[in-house]
Design a protein around this ligand. Structure first.
Ligand code: AMP
Ligand code: GLY
Length: 429
């Protein structure tokens, strides 16, 4: 069958790489893709939100399966758009409907969903321009640090953690006055949870589900988790503290009630649920839902899935996930992201990349890359440029391999964190 993957990052390259291993995959397309996806399929110059363009290509290329990588098209209702079109109705599309995508698209909705479903999460208070005074009162009665979340999508920047009350009050007002545009017309003030974060992934067909390998993401730009937040500088899977007992709690307290909450609301959900969790002294609390795979977590967990991903995704679409077996690789995966100097602030693009052919011992997923039309070589075109993943029987040896290989790849002002996975090794000891 022919498959279309929507998106242009390392996550989409990893999805395509994995799907390309399936015997059932004939032609593979990416919209719009990057230099790496061009090695496993065909890139099409169609924006992720150009539903008409995507519709056209699905018909022209006889696409049977569409995998939506990023959240934006889901929040904009791509699944409903496909469902309402006679020619697209039978195309399998992976992701929730627009109502389901609100789990990521609205922090206030997600919080209500969790509270109504009895899912452990930080206590919270919703503020808009009509109840600012109550919001300020709530802040004053809470203890620092203060967590403020823009309700809507804010390109990963909508969560502020503030250490003084004065700052929190100021920021709350600024958010309501449009600091993040319409996304912060509503703000969720949340209790600060202290613990270690991890990302749990579920694939569902709306009734049954499979728990995919979990991962730990490294969000900050600097070593030792310092500096501004990024989309993710690396990931490790499995997560040593997500042991059997912890995962049983996650399933019982979070995954099962989430599935019931979806059913109760009539949400059509055939796709990935990414549950961002805080492990608070052995108990899981939900920090956020995302309605897609994580990036760079996808680059870390997909190489650990041994089952045919295309088959799993088709089973999810058909409501037959219960009959599937998910096989995973016991080895440890370590993923390190290479970024452009200046990221997550301003950075330059267009630098030629060398050394990619020398990275034989790990998988290289492309993110912000394109093909230079003059030289036909790879050049940088974004802040997050590559994700390197190595698998081995210990985190230590997977780290060694990934860092040995990453050092062979070069472009002007490239950088990466050298401490991915170190904390988990220390945790183990
Ligand atoms: P989110 O966009 O919801 O993932 O939030 C971004 C980051 O802020 C999370 O990955 C956490 O590191 C942090 N964060 C969000 N909510 C909380 C909370 N209630 N307590 C502590 N940290 C939080
Ligand atoms: N790595 C975090 C995310 O994809 O949202």
């Amino acid at each position: 069958m022919n498959v279309l993957i929507i998106g242009a990052g390392g996550r989409e390259h990893a999805l395509g790489w994995k799907i390309s291993h399936s015997k059932q995959c004939d032609k593979l397309f990416f919209a719009p893709g990057n230099a790496g996806t061009a090695e496993v399929g065909t890139n099409l110059p169609i924006d992720v939100n150009d539903f008409e363009g995507l519709r056209r290509v699905c018909i022209e290329e006889q696409i049977s399966l569409v995998v939506v990588g990023p959240e934006l098209p889901l929040v904009e209702g791509i699944v409903d758009f496909f469902g309402a079109d006679k020619l697209l109705q039978d195309v399998a599309i992976i992701g929730p409907d627009q109502m389901g995508a609100r789990l990521e698209g609205s922090k206030a909705y997600a919080k209500q969903f969790m509270l109504e479903s009895g899912i452990p999460t930080a206590s919270a208070f919703e503020v808009n321009s009509t109840n600012l005074a109550e919001g300020i009162e709530y802040l004053r009665s809470a203890a620092a640090p203060f967590v403020l979340k823009a309700d809507g999508l804010a390109a990963g920047k909508g969560v502020l953690i503030l250490h003084s009350l004065e700052e929190a009050e100021r920021e709350l007002k600024a958010m309501l006055e449009g600091k993040f545009g319409a996304a912060s017309e509503k703000v969720v003030i949340e209790q600060f949870l202290s613990g270690i974060e991890l990302s749990v992934f579920v694939l569902t067909d709306g009734k049954d589900y499979k728990i995919l390998p979990s991962a730990k993401d490294y969000k900050r730009i600097g070593e030792g988790d310092t500096g501004p937040n990024t989309g993710g500088m690396g990931a490790v899977s499995p997560v040593i503290f997500a042991d059997k007992l912890f995962m049983e709690k996650v399933e019982k307290r979070i995954i099962i009630p989430t599935m019931e909450g979806l059913k109760k609301r009539g949400i059509i959900y055939k796709g990935f649920i990414f549950i961002g969790l805080m492990n608070v002294q052995g108990d899981p609390f939900v920090i956020e839902y995302n309605v897609r795979l994580g990036d760079p977590e996808a680059e870390c967990i997909l190489p650990r899935i041994q089952s045919d991903l295309l088959e799993l995704l088709m089973a999810s679409w058909k409501g037959e996930l219960g009959g599937q077996i998910l096989e995973t690789d016991d080895r440890h995966a370590v993923t390190v992201v290479m970024v452009s100097g200046g990221y997550p602030g301003n950075y330059k693009k267009g630098f030629p990349v060398s050394g990619l052919d020398a990275t034989k011992e790990c998988v290289v997923f492309h993110a912000g890359t394109s093909i230079d039309v003059e030289t036909a070589g790879v050049k940088t075109s974004g802040g997050r440029v590559f994700a390197f993943t190595a698998l081995d029987y210990s985190i230590e040896s997977a780290r060694k391999t990934v860092y040995k290989n990453i050092s062979k790849v070069q472009f002007s002002a490239a950088s990466y964190r050298k401490d991915i996975g170190e904390d988990l090794i220390a945790y183990k000891k």
